[in-house]
Structure formats: structure tokens, C-alpha cells
Design a protein around this ligand. Sequence first.
Ligand code: PMP
Length: 454
Amino acid sequence: MPSDHGSNRRPSHLFYQSRLRRPAVDRAEGIYLWDQDGRRQIDGSSGAMVVNIGHSNPYVLDAMRRQMEKVTFAYRLHFENDAAEDLAARTAALMPPGLERIFFVSGGSEAVESCLKLARQYALATGQGGRWKVISRFPSYHGSTLGALAVTGYDALTQPFAPMMREMPKIAAPTAYLDRDGLSMPERGRRYADLLEAEILAQGPDSVLAFIMEPIGGASTGALVAPDSYYPRIREICDRYKIILIYDEVMSGAGRTGKFLGAEHWPASPDLVALSKGFASGYCPLGAMAAPDWMVQPVLDAGGFQHGHTYAGNPLACAAGLAVLDEIAAHDLVGNAARMGAILKSRLEGLKARFPFIGDVRGKGLLLAAEFVADVETMAPLPKELNAYQRVVDLAYERGLIIYSRRTRGGVEGDHFLVCPPMIITEAQIDEIMEILVATLDALAAELHLPVNG
Ligand code: PMP
């Protein structure tokens, strides 16, 4: 008989990694979810930064219903399908110039795997078979499959599988906000970017295939944004050594940061983009890789891309994705993410005055995080035993707000939480979030004996 760990709900055959069972969800609408006891939660993290256009959008549901009544699955080797063709064309138009070839998958890890494998097959097709190393950053998160895990910088997730995969070289992610070195932010940005050049030289430039990074970090770093000088310098270094630059925009893409891609915040563009999460906003499993013709064509000419998943280009998922992009455009949700993000960020910044244990607030658009510290001057983290990152999530949940948190940063540990509501959020709903957040942080401070001002 399956055990149920003390809950009075029915026994479950399901298992996940999560440490506690939450109530079963009943329904959702806009930025809200209700459990089966009728308790409402504000979806302050859009699930796992997924439901960018909010829940139960009638236009998307209608488009999906219409597609379902026609055909839900047709295998891509047997039929072309209009939903996939239309979504590919729409996606290409939203990518940086040149990234006009689109490959569909069903999630973020699959999108990352696709980028790694296309890069490798491009190298093989162009006589550069000695290139196979993919440099990435620490900390980082690129997915749970073994290839994506090999470029992920997160020891608890990667180490159990180390013997089963070929771990790739890592450089430090630019946690410049922690540095107390007297350098200016532009200098720090360049110094962190130069770690890539040093690693390329250490590995041997002709063995390095690609560099992958989240342009704006997700949960692993707490919405990490590098100094502006970092991005063009990374592009320059990749060009100098003919290394393919991959942006993992699984979390930062589809408008969340106030631009359709996080990449658009800086003049430098990547060679490959991985998309998922907000791309179909949780209405269906969907992801994509955007690639340039100069990389795709030699691979096709050399015999085809040796990679693909059964559900790729599924008509229902593509119809959902297309309707999501329609909604984003029709209601200027990217613009709303930028406008509401600026308001929410300044409200989070404002929390520092009352809660001196908030050491940093960062992110762009509605991909925002706050970091807890024991001392703002040194940015020393809170002691691990306080479990602050878990307690803040639980205390918020008790008060009707879902947020997301982790304990990782740079080479040391530290607690942060993310506030990433759907891109349809209004200013009045930001007030609702802030009211619960202040009550949550008051409760956290009381429980963990952290200082509070007036
Ligand atoms: N890359 C990034 C940046 C992510 O945030 C995630 C998911 N959190 C993934 C890849 C993996 O996506 P999925 O869980 O859909 O496989």
C-alpha cells in the first residue's frame, strides 16, 4: 500500500522530489489558483516561471479546443502541420536577426539538448570534429537530462550522476553584486567575461565547441544579471575563438524580462536560443530551439540533424503556443512586464529599509529576486541552519502567496527568493503581493530573530 506521510488525503502512487505535499489544485484563473478546500493562492512565481500570460486564458483555451477538434497528433514524418509551420514563422520573427530556423521540442531540457547537439553536428559537418567541449557557468541550471545536466552548475543535482556523464568545464557566473573589490561594475563585468577566455585557452581553443549561459539567471542564481559590459565581451571572445554562443532563455524568454528575449537587453546576440516555459505558458508542454541557417544548412546537407523527439511539433502544443504569442502581442504583455516589473522591483527595493537582512534586489522585468544576508556590508549569507529560503516560502504560502526560493550563489551558499508573477499583473495586484510579502517577512524575522526597523 503506498504510504502518505501523515496527510489525511488519499494515498498517492505519484512521487516527486518535493519535501512536502501541498493541497490538490482545483482551478485557476488569471494570477490566482484555488485548492480543493477553496483556499486562494496568488501565483507569485507563475508556477515555475511558466504561466506568463496567466491561467485559463479564454482565447488560448478556445484555440486549443478548435485544434483538438481537428487533430491533436500527427507524426512529423507523415504529415506537415499548419500549427507548427505558423508557430515556427511567428517565433522566427521574434528572434534576433538571422535565427530563422526553428526546431520544436516539449520542454526546456529538450531545448538545451537540441542546442548542444546541433552545435556538435555543425562542427562535424564543417570539418571541426575536434570541438566538443561546452563551457558553462557555476552556478547555473540548464535542465535535468544528462546532457543538460553536464553543463549545469549545481552540485546537488549533478554529482550523483557524475560517473554517468561527461561533465563540462565551468567558469564562475558573474555574481558581481557580492564583490567588495573596489572595482567599478563595468570593470567587474569585463573581469568575469575574461574568465571565459582564460578557460578556452586552458582547455585548448580547438577543442571548445560552445559556451552556454542564461542571459538573466533563473532560480539557480536568483535572477542574476551581469554588468552590461559582460555581454558584448562574451560575444567578442566567442567570435575570436569561433565558439558557438548559446543563450538558455527557457526562463528569461517569452517576454518575462520586459523584452521578448533577455538577449535584447544588450547589443550582443547569441548564435542559438533555447526557449520553453512561457513560450506556451503552461497550456501545453512546448519548447523550441532557434538557430541560424548557416548552422542548420550544413547539418542538413551532411545527412540531417540526428536528433528529435516523438512529440516535436505536436499540433495541439503548437496551436497553444501560437495563441499564447497572439495574446502576448494583443495585450502588449511584454510592455506590461517591463512596466509592472519596474514598479514591483522598486517596491522590493523598498523592503530593504524595514528588513535589513535583504542584501540585494535584482532582475529585469518580472524576473525578480531578493537575497537575504547576515550583513549588508560584507554580504555574508545567513547561517544555513536557519533554513530561511524554505521558511519564507512556507510562511508566504500560509498567507496565500506562492513564491520560489533557493539557497545557492557563486561559490558560497546564500538564500534568495524570486517574485515572478504572470505578465498580466496589475498595479493593484502588486499591492496585494506586497502586503502579503511584508507580513511574511515580519513573521520570518520574528521566527529567525532577524532585525526589523520600526
Ligand atoms: N533551463 C533553464 C534556464 C531552466 O530554468 C529550466 C527549468 N527550470 C530548464 C532549462 C529545464 O527545463 P525543463 O524543466 O522544462 O526541462
